[in-house]
Design a protein. Structure first.
Length: 260
């Protein structure tokens, strides 16, 4: 048994059921640790965004945000997180349909211990493979630490930020899945690869703005933005002012003696 602990969040509006599920998860497989129990999908989602778990067990019928809505969001925006639906017979068909929307598995209430053991074992094998960094497409395992993988990502961004660069491009080039890279990068850096790419590009753009011979469109192109509007929006999101406003502030500082 691996000493690694996989983090679990449970979304279930019936507190007693949620606590029993949490107890059985940790009893059936000590490799899993329940880190939070929430009574509705919205609260669970906020916790997931704050500190992403490895697995989410969610009931279907909950107030504010249903389990299906929560699972759909996870599949759409946080696809590296495994999601297991917990359902009663009345919602059984919904659970089966959810399997086509990125849900990993489902459990029927009352939760059968053998079924829970099976689901946890499959999750453990899948997550262990991910953390051990099994590369796809090159036929060999990559015993790289998360820190080493993050360094590879950063080096790739440094060399390719001026071109057509996104998460999928990096993942394909390094031989990992995009969901795996997102998970590892977020764990180490507490941000996503996509946000890191934008931050890196914006930092370079800020430096280039000191060159008055470059137009804003040229600066944008130099850091991989073919659309000046997209560049301006990203710059403002990062620094709180538009590229034009930032460059104007440079000129004002220079004229007042604050520049070089």
């Amino acid at each position: 048994m691996s000493e690694r602990k996989f983090r679990v969040i449970i979304a279930e509006d019936e507190r007693l059921i949620a606590k029993n599920i949490a107890k059985h998860i940790e009893a059936e497989n000590p490799g899993f640790k329940v880190c939070g129990i929430f009574s509705n999908g919205e609260d669970a989602l906020n916790a997931i965004k704050e500190q992403p778990p490895d697995v989410v067990f969610t009931d279907i019928s909950m107030p504010v945000m249903s389990g299906l809505e929560l699972a759909a969001y996870i599949h759409r925006s946080l696809s590296h997180i495994k999601c297991v639906i917990i359902t009663g017979y009345a919602d059984f068909q919904y659970a089966r349909e959810a399997l086509h929307s990125g849900v990993t598995d489902y459990l029927l209430k009352p939760v059968d211990k053998e079924e829970l053991h099976r689901v946890l074992k499959e999750l453990e094998l899948s997550l262990t493979d991910i953390y051990d960094g099994i590369r796809s497409g090159n036929g060999r395992e990559a015993p790289l630490s998360p820190e080493e993988i993050v360094s590879l990502v950063k080096e790739y961004v440094k060399k390719n930020y001026s071109g057509d660069l996104d998460l999928n491009t990096i993942a394909q080039s390094l031989g990992f899945s995009s969901s795996y890279l997102t998970k590892v990068f977020n764990r180490v850096e507490e941000t996503t690869p996509s946000k890191y790419i934008r931050s890196y590009r914006m930092a370079i753009a800020k430096q280039l703005m000191n060159d008055r011979g470059m137009t804003l469109q040229q600066v944008a192109a130099a850091v991989g933005y073919n659309d000046p509007f997209h560049f301006s929006r990203s710059f403002k999101q990062t620094f709180g002012m538009s590229p034009t406003e930032y460059r104007d502030s440079l000129y004002q500082n220079s004229e007042s003696g604050g520049g070089v």
